[in-house]
Design a protein around this ligand. Structure first.
Ligand SMILES: O=C1O[C@H](COP(=O)(O)O)[C@@H](O)[C@H](O)[C@H]1O
Length: 322
């Protein structure tokens, strides 16, 4: 980022707060699954060697490896792991490979984080071999949703990511785009949208040729037990938002109530989405989204359908009803 865009961003992207660590700063549809190969049970037992980002195989082995199910075109690739630990290893490899690809192709890698359990599932990325091989200086980090609380508040998605990931890797502080926590939810959503627009204009963030929405290189999405993604909750009118890039919530059913969130047109313009889901408490929405489970309402997770690639990272518990 140039000095001038940096200071512009300081005005409209609230860089005054985003460039410092929390310690320094105030605070701080039913899918038909096709199994591959045909005839095998959903949980395959094949062991896939994990390659380093440079392509060299290393000794890491996923104990009871990934199961991979190819779904219909556009429905994504579903990978089921025996344990959350195995899932985490594979998620690190996937993220590192995309980082290498986009750093080479675009000179930047735009990554959108969720809060919640996603950050814990990213833990292997800050361990060898990935911590030393990822070009962290190419990373530009965003949040798909954020709680409107101070950055040092335990509910802050920024704080969670700072502690679990950002404080451990040399991502440039100026490339970490947190919300302005001094604003109201409505103003913070506007401010964040202005920031994203500026970065699209400067070609840091790619843009969808199909619809003009920002096209992030990778969106790492978690999912709640009610099937929500980002802060897009079942039955909420913002599920239908089709103009704004970022909106706000004042009545989140999950505390805290005030949040900002990317809208579905932005989420679905992504080049890559990883949907990372672990635990038996999430088996029902996974069953609804990927199997023949029923839900009275369309679940937000069923609306995730990116322009690019969708990959599901599930552990056995989350996939237990498939
Ligand atoms: O409130 C939120 O919840 C979802 C899901 O969280 P999890 O802990 O059940 O994985 C999360 O993806 C979102 O970013 C967060 O704000």
């Amino acid at each position: 980022m140039t000095a001038s865009s940096y200071s512009f961003a300081a005005t409209i992207c609230s860089l005054a707060t985003r460039s410092r660590s929390p310690r320094q700063s105030s605070p701080p549809p039913n899918l038909r699954l096709t199994l591959r190969p045909a005839g095998q049970s959903p949980i395959l037992r094949s062991i896939r060697p994990i390659a380093s980002p440079s392509g060299n195989k290393h000794t890491h082995k996923i104990k009871a490896a990934a199961a991979e199910m190819a779904t219909e075109k556009g429905k994504g690739n579903v990978q089921v792991y025996d344990t959350e630990e195995d899932l985490s290893v594979s998620l690190a490899k996937y993220t590192a490979e995309l980082s290498e690809k986009y750093a080479k192709e675009r000179g930047a890698f735009t990554v959108v984080l969720s809060g919640g359990s996603l950050i814990k599932s990213l833990r292997k990325l800050v361990e060898p071999p990935y911590i030393g091989s990822v070009e962290w200086s190419k990373w530009h980090v965003f949040w798909v949703d954020e709680r409107v609380v101070p950055k040092d508040h335990p509910d802050s998605n920024y704080l969670l990511a700072y502690e679990g990931l950002l404080s451990k890797v040399p991502v440039l502080p100026g490339n970490v785009y947190a919300i302005n926590d001094a604003l109201s939810a409505e103003a913070a959503a506007d401010d964040y949208e202005t920031c994203v627009k500026h970065l699209v204009k400067n070609k840091i963030i790619d843009q969808s040729e199909a619809n003009g929405f920002p096209k992030f290189d990778l969106m790492l999405l978690g999912m709640g037990p009610d099937g929500h993604v980002a802060s897009l909750f079942p039955g909420h009118p913002h599920l239908e938002e089709n103009k704004q890039w970022i909106t706000y919530v004042k009545d989140s059913p999950k505390p805290p109530p005030e949040r900002i969130t990317f809208t579905f047109p932005v989420i679905n313009s992504s080049a890559n989405i990883a949907l990372v889901v672990a635990g038996s408490g999430k088996a029902h929405p996974v069953h609804v989204a990927l199997g023949d489970g029923q839900s009275p309402d369309l679940l937000p997770v069923q609306m995730v359908s990116p322009e690019g690639e969708l990959t599901w990272f599930l552990d056995k518990q989350a996939a237990s009803k498939l």
